[in-house]
Design a protein. Structure first.
Lengths: 444, 115
């Protein structure tokens, strides 16, 4: 198609026309230089589309334009980026309707006139294109790689675009393609940088936790050993002393024994933690009521808790369903929660173990709550609670012993029984650790 | 930037608003202008743009004016352009846009029949 427009391609013997043409070319150059300047600093695809559409509309004197980009994957879809003079809704529909015959676009073809589409496009799309006054499509490419498509309405006043104008259009779109590619590269670089930074931070955190753990373990394992050795050496020295009273002997041996047990429990914890992490821990699941075994646990545990000047109370709701669980693991979890409550609360605290029922989104649970009215946990620390080797006070001068494995292990055990542990806490209002075990219907 | 782009709303009536523009209407300021005018249109207000202070209009500025004209026309709303500065007049003439944009010589004239 040869476009001619007497006003835009004047005869040489028409001085007024020639002057207009020169002014027009000067405008084109100004527009292109402005577009280049603006595109080089734009890094957002929407901003680039705005700049491109407004500039091209102004250069060519049309009031309608839209820009789509190709989606990733296959088949490639046309996704609307921006439209002006064509409603968003219509432009989105146009992208979907036109994608089948605009994809793949021949990278060598500069523009596709709607009037030439009769054979390629379906009747409905053609009707939509005519109704919206879309005159042509032009591919946006970068190094022959299709990036998107621009649609342009007819020129205001109805005159056709000249060859020279289409040349300006193609030049502009070349720059737009470069800018879009730059923006994509820049944004993916930034995203990758962000991911790397996050990965680096979590590695650093892991490293810090490892050092903290090592120093905790070192300290925790050494303390009982030192005590055991001290008492055993006293006994050794005094074994020949006939003055030594049996009661004192018993006390020394008792201390050594209890420290040895602590040590053994700790080693047990460590080994179990590592096997739970490897998911090789074995479970003996049974379907039973939860309350009775916890009632007897609390009865056994209460004297120990009250000797530490804290109170342990057991409450059981009526009519509870059974649950599936491993009895010894359940006790291990509850004991770990109770021990934490003892460890991290001041004397005089009341600790309550309560068994109840809990419904959520159609799931039925047996809920074991270990509640205290102690100092509570700051909300920003709650998430960190279940991490391994953590205590809220990570410093080596912290007051409370332990390796920080208990909660992490408890959570893993709960998950292995298809349950979970949740925590609710507010500074000054105590903490509530909830173990949820899937309820089993008695009719099932 | 020698001529920062400024939009000053001088007369906001219930059914119409007059906005005086000054500075460069280019790729940076064009989207701002369209956004502001679209807001008024969605509140069913006609818009009068006073272009007396526009020192430079780039192709993207022209594109924005054309896009606004189209948007208002489709929505059955009115947008009028008043007091075109010489910089705007020369471009509008060059592109033969006089007959497609509602151009008035004064704000007064542009407001006529809108409220």
């Amino acid at each position: 198609v040869v476009w001619t427009d007497p006003d835009r391609d004047p005869k040489a013997d028409d001085p007024g026309g020639v002057l207009r043409l020169v002014a027009r070319r000067e405008r084109d150059l100004l527009s292109l230089s402005e577009l280049t300047q603006e595109l080089t600093i734009a890094l957002d695809p929407y901003e680039i589309a705005d700049i491109a559409l407004y500039s091209i509309m102004g250069q060519l004197g049309t009031s309608r334009a839209a820009l789509w980009r190709y989606s990733e994957g296959s088949p490639r879809q046309l996704v609307l980026v921006r439209s002006h003079g064509v409603s968003k809704h219509v432009a989105t529909a146009l992208g979907t309707a036109c994608a089948p015959w605009l994809v793949p676009v021949d990278p060598n073809q500069r523009v596709i006139l709607v009037q030439d589409l009769e054979l390629r496009a379906d009747a409905a799309s053609l009707r939509l294109l005519r109704q919206e006054g879309i005159h042509l499509f032009a591919p946006i490419t970068f190094r022959a790689e299709p990036l998107g498509v621009l649609a342009l309405g007819s020129r205001i006043g109805g005159t056709r675009y000249t060859e020279a104008e289409l040349h300006v259009l193609v030049t502009s779109l070349g720059m737009v393609g470069g800018a879009l590619q730059n923006a994509t590269l820049y944004n993916s670089l930034r995203e990758n940088n962000r991911k790397l930074r996050l990965a680096n931070e979590s590695l650093k955190e892991l490293d810090r936790l490892k050092s903290e753990f090592l120093s905790n373990v070192n300290h925790e394992l050494r303390t009982p050993l030192t005590i055991i050795i001290a008492y055993l050496s006293i006994l050794m020295d005094q074994a020949i002393d006939p003055e030594l009273e049996v009661s004192q002997l018993r006390e020394y041996l008792g201390t050594a024994l209890s420290e040895a047990r602590k040590l053994s429990a700790m080693v047990e914890n460590l080994l179990e933690f590592s096997s739970a992490t490897k998911e090789t821990l074995s479970l003996r699941m049974e379907t039973a009521e939860v309350a009775p075994c916890l009632a007897s646990y609390c009865a056994d545990r209460a004297p120990g808790v009250s000797s530490g000047l804290r109170e342990l109370v057991f409450i059981e709701d009526q009519g509870l369903p059974c649950a599936r669980f491993d009895r010894s693991r359940l006790l291990q979890i509850v004991d770990s929660l109770v021990s934490n409550a003892v460890k991290f609360t001041p004397q005089g605290t009341r600790i309550m173990v309560r068994v109840g029922r809990y419904e959520e989104e159609g799931s039925s649970w047996v809920r074991v709550e270990v509640q205290d009215d102690g100092p509570g946990i700051p909300s920003d620390r709650i998430e960190a609670l279940f991490g391994s080797f953590r205590q809220l006070d990570g410093s080596s001068t912290r007051e409370v012993g332990g390796m920080g494995l208990g909660l992490s292990l408890a959570q893993q055990l709960a998950q292995m029984m298809d349950g979970m542990i949740r925590v609710e806490s507010e500074p000054g209002r105590g903490s509530n650790f909830m173990l949820l075990l899937p309820a089993v219907s008695p009719f099932a | 930037m020698p001529d920062p782009f400024v939009m000053e709303e001088v007369e906001a009536l219930p059914r119409s608003v007059t906005i005086r523009l000054s500075g460069r209407l280019d790729a940076k300021s064009a989207p701002e202008l369209t956004r502001r005018c679209s807001e008024h249109r969605t509140q069913a207000r006609s818009v009068i743009l006073n272009l007396a202070g526009v020192t430079f209009i780039a192709s993207s500025g022209v594109g924005a004016l054309l896009s606004l004209e189209e948007e208002f026309r489709q929505a059955g709303a009115k947008i009028r352009f008043a007091c075109l500065s010489p910089a705007v007049v020369s471009v509008v003439r060059l592109l033969n846009l006089e007959q497609f944009l509602a151009i008035r010589s004064t704000e007064e004239e542009a407001r006529r029949g809108l409220d």
